[in-house]
Design a protein around this ligand. Structure first.
Ligand code: HSE
Length: 432
């Protein structure tokens, strides 16, 4: 039987894992996809000492792989956007199916790529782009296809989760843990993408589009990073029965769709609060199935290769090589719901206020909250540390609109007794 020939662009963490997995599980992969699969051509700017490419043609110019007439399926694992987009568009124009794990490319240019692919009768598949080895795209697009998705909440950046986990378990500083995450190769080339939430926002763009049948709208996601979270916040949250997680949340209501990435207090007893280290998890509530949870490695060489190779097999498997599943899961446009501005979203909140240790400060803070009709659920005040004249005041609020809590925070920060800015972290009960 003539093999299906694969060309791979990029030989970094995921590229080398893909080569290794296709070699390691060759027999199972062939039996399950019904066809031998051969890597015929690899494009990489430099060799990867961890990767055995003996017997495979290697080019330094990745476009030689795209244009190689022997390549049937092009696997783009370059990262970055511009060159990756050129590679994918050229492969499509040459009538080749494309597999990619590039979340930024799909979140920003996905629609253009899917339109080009549909015009040419080929497919662009991208399971490895979100949550690494967890097949969450297949879950939303196929497994839960009969459901109306009500909401989803995920830990979809392993680096950020590792930082928050280490801050809690090891009592280590933010900078120290980030340096280790970089050394271990979890972080993006620019770790600001992890820490500031951009990477999670790329992934949420893709998940929300499939879940709700809406266009890919990366620029409408409210994104807040974790760099302002301190050890004190992690400890106070723990004391109050919560953990801080960097969540990506998509929720549909009658008012519209909420899309947001931000640090979040989650009750300790929830499963998501117990997802630690570089692991990812996505909680999805469908109207028929109820809440479901998907958990596993969201990054890493073989784990992400697991998703990439499964995509290759999907393309090889169907005899007409068309799965019949639309690129974003919907055969026509979805619900016509708008993305809500963050000011219209309601959440409960954790506030950490640094105040002078004076009589009446607590009463004044309570007065501001009551003027803004913000219901306080819990309040704790700590002793001042030795030699300090300030005390931390921690407040938990009931649900309140963003616009209202922002006004209250501005008023509190203007009080002479309040020192510096107030830390605010949203809360989610996740009790679907
Ligand atoms: N930097 C990403 C993460 C890699 O930490 O999750 C996987 O997309």
């Amino acid at each position: 039987m003539k093999p299906i020939n694969i060309g791979i662009c990029g030989l970094g963490t995921v590229g080398s894992g893909t080569v290794a997995l296709l070699q390691k599980n060759r027999e199972e992969i062939q039996k399950r996809s019904g066809h031998p699969i051969a890597i015929t051509h690899i494009g990489a700017r430099r060799d990867n000492p961890d990767c055995d490419v003996s017997g495979i043609r290697v080019s330094r110019d990745i476009f030689e792989v795209v244009r190689d007439p022997n390549v049937d399926i092009l696997v783009e694992l370059l990262g970055g956007i511009d060159t990756a987009k050129d590679v994918v568009l050229e492969a499509i124009s040459l009538g080749k199916h494309v597999v990619t794990a590039n979340k930024a490319l799909i979140a920003i240019h996905g629609q253009e790529l899917f339109d080009a692919a549909e015009a040419k009768g080929v497919r662009v598949v991208y399971e490895g782009s979100v949550a690494g080895g967890i097949p969450i795209i297949k879950v939303l697009r196929e497994g839960l296809a009969a459901n109306r998705i009500l909401w989803l909440a995920g830990i979809i950046n392993g680096t950020g989760n590792y930082i928050l986990t280490e801050m809690r378990q090891g009592g280590r500083t933010f900078a120290d843990v980030l340096a280790e995450a970089q050394a271990l190769g979890y972080a993006e080339a620019d770790p600001a993408f992890d820490v500031e939430g951009t990477d999670a926002a790329h992934k949420l763009t893709i998940l929300a589009s499939i879940a709700f049948g809406i266009p890919l709208q990366f620029d409408k996601i409210y994104t807040e990073g974790i760099s302002h979270i301190t050890q004190a916040d992690v400890s106070f949250a723990e004391e109050l029965g919560y953990r801080i997680k960097h969540l990506a949340i998509a929720r549909r209501s009658e008012e519209g769709i909420e899309l947001r990435v931000h640090p979040t207090l989650v009750p300790k007893k929830r499963l998501l609060a117990n997802v630690n280290g570089v692991l990812n998890a996505v909680l999805v509530e469908g109207d028929a199935v109820g809440p479901t949870l998907y958990y596993g490695p969201g990054a890493g060489s073989l784990a992400t290769a697991s998703a990439v190779v499964a995509d290759i097999m999907d393309l090889v498997r169907a005899d007409n090589r068309h799965s019949g599943v639309p690129h974003l899961g919907y055969a026509d446009s979805g619900y016509g719901l708008d993305i809500m501005p963050i000011e219209a979203v309601s959440t409960s909140n954790y506030l950490r206020i640094t105040a002078l240790d004076k009589v009446g400060v607590m009463a004044q803070v309570a007065l501001v909250m009551s003027r803004h009709k913000i219901n306080i659920e819990a309040i704790i005040q700590k002793e001042p540390a030795d030699g300090e004249e300030c005390v931390p005041l921690i407040l938990l609020t009931h649900q309140i609109r963003e616009a209202e809590i922002n006004n209250a925070i501005a008023e509190l920060e203007a009080m002479p007794e309040v020192v510096g800015s107030i830390t605010r972290i949203r809360m989610e009960q996740l009790d679907g």
